[in-house]
Design a protein around this ligand. Structure first.
Ligand code: PLP
Length: 373
């Protein structure tokens, strides 16, 4: 069988082998419920505490500011719904038009309950500038939610400055940092954010686990009612194995952040140079501040969906910037938000590289694209 090339690391990443090894004991031997008072539960409880401390350290938070969730989707839902439900008055929320659906659909849900939501349009590089927020924000706003880095384009947002604008109007600030955590340096205290969402499977941890950073003192409604887990705000028996796997993967990625960034950026440069060198006309979408390895490419007049399927037949997994139904290629809300012309938007693909990709794979991706496009 031909070698499979995985180049869709923004969709999910391979579980790190150390994270996998770290998870095993908590599934097979030390399976006690962390909430029970007997000796058999002591080790899981200690593991939970230690994982919380490790994760807090990686983002410069306090351990008691880390709440474990089932992933990015839950963290985003919780940040938005938990904030507005904590407030008696239906005060408005601001988000951006190119958020992940976990944020957008949460905002649509609160709109149906009577909470007004305003949507910011990023500029054509895929950036929500502080000025864009300043033009819309008022003292009525209770929450601003803007993603740290866009998952289709890879653009990194000026979060610190956006947060300052929100705080100047006494609004809380949430950022969906699912694509950024474990890939770029992140310090919640320097950024000043009130809430931040993360998901383990985007940084070589297991799927179905994530966390919400909630700044000490910020009031949020509970996400799940039941037991007293997660400081009484998110009930449910803790998934110790996955939590330990997440902490191990995050610590490993954060410790090797610079090395990984340099390596992935060298692969990205190689891909773009080689593709440019073979005369294939393309446009790279995005701005000046980008996540390493997330490459949105538009081929004018081509069909991104068809490129994806032909790459798949060769054994290369990539993604598109469009969602396809059987008759029409629907342009993604992200490409619409940056007002990419239709002829380019329909021919857009996303290649997302990670630390496990190799130069040989880049050669094979470029050769395949040259043939297909
Ligand atoms: N937010 C962003 C920006 C994402 O890219 C994703 C996943 O693709 C999510 C949220 C959802 O995370 P999860 O898969 O952990 O629910």
């Amino acid at each position: 069988m031909a070698k499979h090339i995985y180049a869709d690391n923004a969709a999910t990443t391979k579980l790190d082998s150390d994270a996998f090894e770290a998870m095993k004991p908590w599934l097979l031997d030390e399976y006690g419920n962390a909430s029970q008072p007997y000796a058999f539960s002591r080790k899981p409880r200690e593991a939970l505490k230690s994982a919380r401390e490790t994760i807090a350290e990686c983002i410069h938070a306090l351990p008691e500011e880390i709440y474990f969730t089932s992933g990015g989707t839950e963290s985003d839902n919780w940040a938005i719904k938990g904030t507005v439900f904590a407030n008696q008055d239906p005060k408005p929320v601001i988000t951006s038009a190119f958020e992940h659906h976990a944020v957008l659909h949460s905002c649509e849900a609160i709109e149906r309950l009577g909470y007004p939501v305003a949507y910011l349009w990023p500029d054509e590089t895929g950036t929500v500038t502080p000025q864009i927020l300043r033009e819309v924000i008022t003292d009525e706003i209770q929450l601003v939610s803007v993603m740290f880095a866009n998952n289709e384009l890879g653009t990194i947002q000026p979060i610190k400055e956006l947060c300052e604008v929100a705080h100047a109007h006494n609004a809380l600030f949430h950022t969906d940092a699912v694509q950024a955590v474990g890939h770029v340096e992140l310090n919640v205290k320097e950024l000043g954010v009130d809430m931040l969402s993360a998901s383990a499977h985007k940084f070589n941890g297991p799927k179905g686990i994530g966390f919400l950073y909630l700044r000490k003192g910020v009031k949020l409604c509970s996400f799940a009612d039941g037991g007293a887990q997660e400081f009484g705000l998110r009930a449910g028996t803790e998934n110790i194995a996955s939590i330990v796997g997440m902490a191990t993967a995050l610590k490993k990625n954060v410790s090797a952040l610079e090395t990984n960034q340099k390596y992935v950026m060298s692969l990205e440069k190689l891909l773009l140079d080689k593709l440019g060198g073979c005369g294939v006309p393309f446009v790279r979408n995005g701005g000046n501040y980008m996540l390493p390895g997330v490459i949105s490419l538009s081929f004018e007049g081509k069909d991104g969906e068809a490129i994806l399927h032909r790459m798949d037949l060769i054994g290369i997994s990539i993604s598109t910037g469009s969602a396809c139904d059987s008759k029409n290629t629907e342009i993604s809300h992200v490409l619409k938000a940056i007002r990419l012309p239709e002829q380019l938007a329909k021919g857009t693909i996303r290649i997302s590289l990670g630390k496990n990709n190799t130069e040989e794979e880049i050669d094979m991706i470029v050769t395949a694209l040259r043939k297909i496009v």
